[in-house]
Design a protein around this ligand. Structure first.
Ligand SMILES: Nc1ncnc2c1ncn2[C@@H]1O[C@H](COP(=O)(O)OP(=O)(O)OP(=O)(O)O)[C@@H](O)[C@H]1O
Length: 286
């Protein structure tokens, strides 16, 4: 019997949609995502307030990979992924999705992508079912396909029972899952997920991982950002370590961890835990 949380319950998600407005075919030999010289400065450049959040990043995400982007708080992960997905304009540099320039041809590029941004701001007066349905209709998909995939996705995310509830009444984890369902409905070639497991319970997280693995097995590419090294080591085949807006290491997980655990290697790369707990000598029970 097909268990509701098993990979077998993953919705029908070939990497290329049968939507009315077909996306451009991937260009042979192009990485799924290619970033060159990417820079983002917040605040006026040259002023003391200027903050270089992403600093001349070059990165290739191979097609068919499950790619983890890891870094400390404030390392620049969200800023980089926002630029990569057309949500935040780069100060400099370029981004291509299977050869399509995200900032020169945003409509074409966005057809190829499914995006789960960090701190998603959803139309939360909609019910879960309406939100997923509109995600599909806005992509130009036909109603019948949208209706079928919406039910598949609600089931796969264990949200069928809450499909008629407004998203504003969802928990943080449910909100994450419904946003992910909306990002999957057009069966994109590339999924970019910022912290997809944050606030998500372990059963739902395992379910989402199974869906993502099935998607990669079908030829899709997934990029996830995460702080959880153990998860990235187990789940991803490629990883990039970002720190202070720069890529410190990138490659297959085995190349980057170089025989150590990814967590140990990460701490080594970003400079360890110097000063942890110092200056808090007062922090003890009276
Ligand atoms: N809108 C903004 N205005 C000014 N500075 C910003 C803005 N957004 C991000 N930053 C700064 O850019 C840097 C990178 O932030 P970013 O959110 O990309 O990091 P992150 O790696 O995603 O962190 P976290 O893991 O905590 O989510 C931080 O120093 C942050 O303060």
């Amino acid at each position: 019997m097909s268990h509701p949380f098993s990979a077998a319950a993953a919705p029908d998600l070939p990497p290329h949609p049968s939507a009315a407005s077909s996306p451009p075919p991937p260009r042979a030999g192009e990485p799924a995502l290619s970033v060159r010289g990417l820079v983002r400065v917040f605040g006026r450049p040259g002023t003391p307030e200027a903050k270089v959040a992403v600093d001349r990043v070059d990165l290739d995400v191979p097609r068919g990979s499950f790619f983890g982007l890891v870094g400390r708080n404030g390392a620049g992960k969200t800023t980089m992924l926002s630029m990569a997905t057309g949500l935040l304009r780069p100060t400099a540099g370029s981004v291509r999705v299977t050869g399509v320039d995200v900032w020169a041809e945003p409509r074409r590029a966005k057809q190829l992508m499914g995006v789960l941004p960090d701190g998603v701001h959803l139309f939360d007066r909609l019910t879960g079912r309406q939100l997923v349905t509109y995600s599909g209709l806005l992509r130009g998909m036909d109603r019948e396909t949208v209706a079928r995939r919406t039910e598949d996705l609600l089931h796969a995310m264990d949200l069928s029972g809450d499909a008629g509830t407004q998203v504003q009444d969802y928990s943080a984890g449910m909100t994450k899952k419904i946003a992910l369902a909306g990002a999957l409905i057009h069966a994109p070639s590339l999924l970019v997920l910022d912290e997809p497991f944050e606030s998500v319970d372990p059963v739902s997280a395992a379910n989402i991982r199974a869906i993502l693995h099935a998607f990669v097995a079908a030829g899709g590419t997934v990029v996830v950002s995460s702080h959880v090294m153990d998860l990235v080591q187990r789940m991803c085949d490629h990883v990039a370590v970002l720190d202070r807006g720069r890529v410190l290491a990138a490659g297959t997980v085995d190349e980057v961890r170089a025989g150590a655990s990814l967590e140990d290697r990460f701490v080594e790369l970003v400079g360890g835990r110097a000063g942890a707990g110092e200056g808090l000598s007062w922090l003890r029970p009276e």
